[in-house]
Design a protein around this ligand. Sequence first.
Ligand code: TXA
Ligand code: MG
Length: 307
Amino acid sequence: MKTKLTTRVSEAAKAILAGNLVAFPTETVYGLGANAFDERAVKKIFVAKGRPADNPLIVHIWSKKQIAEIASEVSPVAKKLVYKCFPGQLTVVVKKNARIPNIVTAGLPTVCIRMPSLPIACAFLKQCGVPVAAPSANLSSKPSPTTWQHVLHDMDGRIPLILKGPKCEHGLESTVIDCTKKIPVLLRPGAVTVEELEEVVGRINIPIAIKKALSPGMKYRHYSPNGKVHLMKRGAKIPFNCAFIGFSNPKTAYKIKVKTAAEYAKKLYWFFRECDLRGIENIYAEIPEKKGVGRALLNRLEKAMAR
Ligand code: TXA
Ligand code: MG
């Protein structure tokens, strides 16, 4: 299969409605989309990514009105979060309705819904008209793509079309929160911080071992470069013959120095992929503070370390 690149939203939407896959940009990471109502189209996502069938997908919308086409019940907590945080980098888990095929939710009675804010993503989803099921557009276990070039690297020959957009502003995936419980549960820390969520809904439950977490996808090896990832304290000494990302400025062959946790998040996956291209075997990442976006960063770094 030849993979085509386009900047035309109408061409991308047409492909979705014809039952094909399209990779598209969002402000978090690039997604690999299919018509969420079309079981055969959604199946292609799992094949293209090599994704285990028990890992459910996020359904993307451009208008809050579409939630009624996807969910059978929207709890008061979910309503509050949708009102305050959609469009944006938040994904809510609600009860699914019968129109959403089981393959989208891996058989779960619940479904993940997200409304991205990136204008080209909104325009694409609007032209599709149908909700679009999409995981991140990387090969399974690789870091999520934050540029269309990353998508092409992983998916060339495996999907028919990539909608080209800008480099992703956030660079880490959305925050996933289960709103089917009385007190919402954080399933995946992400671009929207716990502090921001608590401002909207009061208390939220954060499982102690978010590593073992409840979101089915979190049990798989994830976000990993080929090299070995080591976590290190700020300012610690590291070997010269390796790569580094963090706030300090060690003497080493390849490094990315960042000023803020947001910049760290934005550049992390890009850095991992760059390390792979350079064949770097040992990758040192400075431990961020476990607050704000640092929580999501730490989560991804710990997963990237796991072998
Ligand atoms: O920022 C993002 O969220 C990106 C862009 C493309 O929107 N998408 C993304 O999708 O990161 P993916 O498939 O890589 O991650 C979705 C996560 C997985 O951990 C999956 O297990 C979880 O959401 N998930 C999906 N449906 C679920 C459900 N019904 N209950 C619990 N977790 C669910
Ligand atoms: Mg993913």
